[in-house]
Design a protein around this ligand. Structure first.
Ligand code: GLY
Ligand code: MN
Ligand code: MN
Length: 434
């Protein structure tokens, strides 16, 4: 069996078990619909239902449907508009077509007849995907089970996640070269796109391309067309997609500065140590808490804060400099679903007290793909809080002032947890290839 048919068999078995447990006879999944701007005829960027692209490598196919029934082949209702304004989806092709029952329709409403099966039907989709007699019901218990399972990637999925890192890494290299040549954020972004072969519309998330102080904005959303007079640092958080699977990679580059380069080197070691903590059975929350202790050590070692590690975590000094989670599940979605599930029934696994931005609280297991993305930033609004706190006296404010010009550091890799031993680092492996 090839990897795709193995993947389909796994999904079919999981789905059949979940349907039986939840009292359904079949599952229909809508690919989704295009949405239009208010009072306008321009559609927003189409975002496929991730449940749909879990089964099929089709990410630009609105108005299509899947039907999963125990003991039957997967039915694909493939919408191919007869349209001369836009390019319709091409004729169905690719290895997936050999594994499914394929029905091609040219009008969205024609899907309904092919989804009408006896028994109780679960329907996963956005409300706008509804057809007469086919109203998405999104049963929570069924969704819980599917979301829980999605964290464990099949070999087919790992193949695409590996490829998504390999696609992004040459683009990160091109961005670093553009930064070294004094390019603007917009020019760096374009260099990234050119090298990845993606357009803006293909990216798994909007590129974060932040020069100098902009690196302190966690989700900096602009791309200045003019280069600053001096480019001191670049923080670039950018991914790529392969068959609907994303990479999510951050690198921070320096134009050369003793203090900033020292901080960068310390964060590089810290990040690698955290990646090495990704092991089967480890509670991901412990990696997040370990990151705080390690950030405290960096703050002390580079001379930013003169307090003990315990005092820094207890007084929440590390949260000033590292105010986000250590990472998240990665897959069909950049922030993949199911990060807080204690089990498949939907019980939740809480975040540690005082850590509201952590997106993953599950124990790690073989086949899970997570990001490890520690950061250390100089964020004006949080530094103001620090100045007003008792810990202020222990802070080297002249060094903070100097490092503020560089914004911050984030280093983010995509990592596969293995059954035993150290993890597979998709991102570092891809950097090793170029
Ligand atoms: N690129 C968003 C994140 O790193 O989570
Ligand atoms: Mn990222
Ligand atoms: Mn991330």
């Amino acid at each position: 069996m090839n990897k795709y048919s193995q993947h389909l068999a796994v999904l079919q078995a999981q789905c059949e078990a979940a349907l039986a447990l939840c009292g359904f006879d079949a599952l229909a999944i809508a690919s989704g619909v295009e949405k239009y701007a208010f009072l306008d005829d321009r559609p927003y960027l189409f975002q496929p239902n991730p449940h749909f692209k879990h089964w099929l490598p089709l990410g630009a196919h609105p108005h299509s449907w899947l039907l999963v029934r125990p003991g039957h082949k997967l039915r694909v209702v493939y919408y191919q508009a007869d349209d001369y304004w836009h390019v319709p989806p091409s004729d169905p092709s690719g290895a997936w077509t050999e594994h499914v029952e394929l029905i091609v329709i040219s009008r969205p409403e024609d899907a309904a007849a092919h989804l009408a099966v006896p028994g109780r039907l679960a329907i996963i989709g956005e409300a706008d995907a509804a057809l007469p007699g086919v109203l998405p019901n999104n049963p929570p218990q069924l969704l819980n089970r599917l979301h829980y399972q999605r964290a464990y990637k099949t070999d087919y999925e790992l193949l695409h996640l590996r490829a998504a890192s390999r696609r992004a890494v040459p683009a990160h290299r091109a961005a670093a070269a553009a930064f070294a040549a004094g390019a603007s954020e917009l020019e760096i972004h374009r260099a990234y796109l050119a090298a990845s072969g993606h357009t803006d519309r293909d990216l798994p998330y909007g590129n974060i391309v932040a020069l100098n102080e902009h690196g302190a904005v966690l989700h900096y959303q602009h791309q200045d067309a003019l280069a600053p007079t001096q480019s001191r640092s670049l923080l670039i958080d950018a991914g790529a997609q392969v068959e609907g699977y994303a990479s999510d990679i951050t690198r921070t580059w320096s134009a050369g500065d003793t203090e900033f380069d020292g901080l960068l080197a310390a964060m590089e070691s810290l990040q690698l140590a955290l990646v090495d903590e990704v092991r089967a059975g480890v509670d991901y929350r412990d990696i997040h808490l370990s990151a705080h202790r390690r950030v405290a050590t960096v703050l002390r070692d580079v001379g930013l804060v003169n307090l003990s590690i315990d005092a820094m975590t207890a007084q929440r000094v590390t949260a000033i400099f590292f105010p986000h989670g250590i990472g998240h599940l990665l897959g069909l979605q950049v922030h993949d679903v199911g990060g807080f599930m204690a089990d498949a029934s939907g019980a939740l696994s809480p975040k540690p007290d005082g850590h509201p931005y952590l997106r993953l609280t599950r124990p790690l297991a073989a086949g899970m793909v997570v990001t490890i993305e520690p950061g250390l930033y100089f964020i004006p609004t949080l530094l103001r809080q620090l100045r007003a706190s008792p810990a202020a006296a222990a802070v080297n404010w002249p060094l903070v002032e100097h490092l503020r010009q560089f914004g911050g550091v984030r280093i983010e890799d995509d990592v596969v947890c293995r059954a035993e031993g150290p993890p597979e680092n998709l991102t570092r492996d891809a950097f090793g290839l170029v």
